[in-house]
Design a binder for this molecule. Structure first.
Ligand code: MG
Length: 398
């Protein structure tokens, strides 16, 4: 290291760290309409997650992402505006060289990371940086624990000793000047930067990798990454109830849970008076602690006069989805002597299912009389009770 008086104070500071995230490959084995690094894991693209892990790390000063010119538009949509991007070359080493060349002045250590590893834990980055204090290079790896065989035409051939064998991961960290020189001297075709460093005679320390630091390679890797993200996350469950009453008046049918049921009288109300749908809507608002129908659709507002109650239910379901909840089930009880509900219950469940986007097996509509007691017993009106259960879609942001 440098030893002049002028620089000795500076050299005691930790070297500035940059990350080069290599994402110029095509990733064809993973399938899908766009390269794997632009496909989503739990709603966020693989590359965006990889970049986020380094942006969130306090030791990383700057980041350069190496992309393919073909993916410019995709990268624009996925990468934060303050992250530098540079076009890669035809091979992995050419892409790394482009990334190294694009780093700002004053960087001492570089972490070269595969853009298809979206979940690298901060502790792995820590271990690589820590080892760089005493080594030209450092890379995370996991010791091979499974038995190894060499295959021969689909059969097991020779068993292979696994002693001292490791599965290599990234980020691979290096002294910047040393890895630049190593790349400049390398003929090309290296599998990773450790191979380039070794060819130049650099020491590369092995640090402990992490099972979560998977490389998205095959279609099944997306589901595995989602499972890792959801580990330890508790599902959030919310319950709401709703109750509504509408009075009978003149008419030849009643609207109940989205179905026009022939009857000698109608239900009165500002909207179409669908008492069942109102109770369900209020149950969903209730579960979200979002008030009731009257708050979202004031009866004083003439635009809701005679409105189809479907509008209210769709609004509640939309709020539910926007807040990250799915409707696990709905149960509605209609209280009336007449009309008979049973013959129409299937159509009501189907109508509610279509509006809520929830399977009919999760929607219940049932009825009871009140034994001729009270206002429902005297057939002055119909009452409805409803319960709704909402669950958070279980993969939370990490
Ligand atoms: Mg009502």
């Amino acid at each position: 290291m440098t030893g002049t008086d002028a620089s000795s104070a500076i050299s005691n500071l930790p070297p500035r760290v940059a990350a080069v995230i290599v994402a110029a490959g095509r990733g064809v084995r993973a399938g899908g309409p766009v390269p794997k690094q632009y496909q989503e894991i739990a709603g966020k693209p693989v590359l965006a997650r990889a970049v986020e892990q380094f942006r969130a790390h306090p030791a990383v000063d700057s980041i350069v992402v190496v992309i393919s010119p073909e993916d410019s538009a995709l990268a624009e949509a996925v990468l934060p505006g303050d992250v530098a991007r540079v076009f890669g070359g035809a091979s992995r080493d050419a892409s790394v060289r482009a990334g190294l060349a694009a780093l700002p002045d004053g960087i001492g250590h570089v972490l070269i990371h595969d853009g298809a590893r979206p979940l690298v834990p901060a502790e792995v980055i820590d271990r690589v940086l820590s080892a760089l204090r005493t080594s030209d290079g450092a890379a995370p790896a996991l010791a091979v624990t499974d038995a190894l065989w060499r295959g021969e035409r689909g059969n097991v051939g020779a068993p292979t000793p696994r002693d001292n064998l490791y599965r290599a991961q990234t980020p691979q960290g290096f002294d910047l000047a040393a890895i630049r020189a190593a790349h400049a001297a390398h003929p090309g075709g290296a599998a990773d930067d450790v191979e380039v460093a070794l060819a130049a005679g650099l020491d590369v320390a092995i640090v402990e990798g992490h099972e979560d630091n998977l490389k998205v390679t095959l279609p099944g890797c997306f589901a595995r990454a989602e499972r890792i993200l959801s580990e330890g996350k508790q599902m959030d469950v919310r319950l709401g109830n709703g109750y509504d009453v509408h009075r009978f008046g003149p008419g030849d049918h009643v609207m109940l849970c989205g179905v026009a049921v022939p009857h000698g009288r109608g239900l009165q109300g500002h909207s179409d008076a669908d008492v069942g749908m109102h109770a369900i809507t209020d149950a969903i608002y209730g579960a979200l602690a979002e008030g009731d129908i009257g708050r979202h659709f004031p009866p004083s507002d003439p635009q809701w006069k005679g409105a189809a109650s479907e509008i209210f239910l769709r609004h509640a379901a939309g709020l539910c989805a926007a807040r990250g909840y799915a409707i696990a089930n709905v149960d509605c009880t209609l209280v009336c002597e007449r009309p008979k509900i049973g013959p129409h219950a299937g159509a009501m469940r189907a109508a509610l299912s279509a509006i809520l986007g929830t399977g009919t097996d999760r929607i219940s509509v049932k009825a009871t009389t009140s034994e001729r007691l009270g206002f429902t017993g005297r057939e002055e009106g119909i009452a409805a009770l409803a319960t709704a259960t909402l669950v958070s879609q279980c993969v939370a942001d990490r």
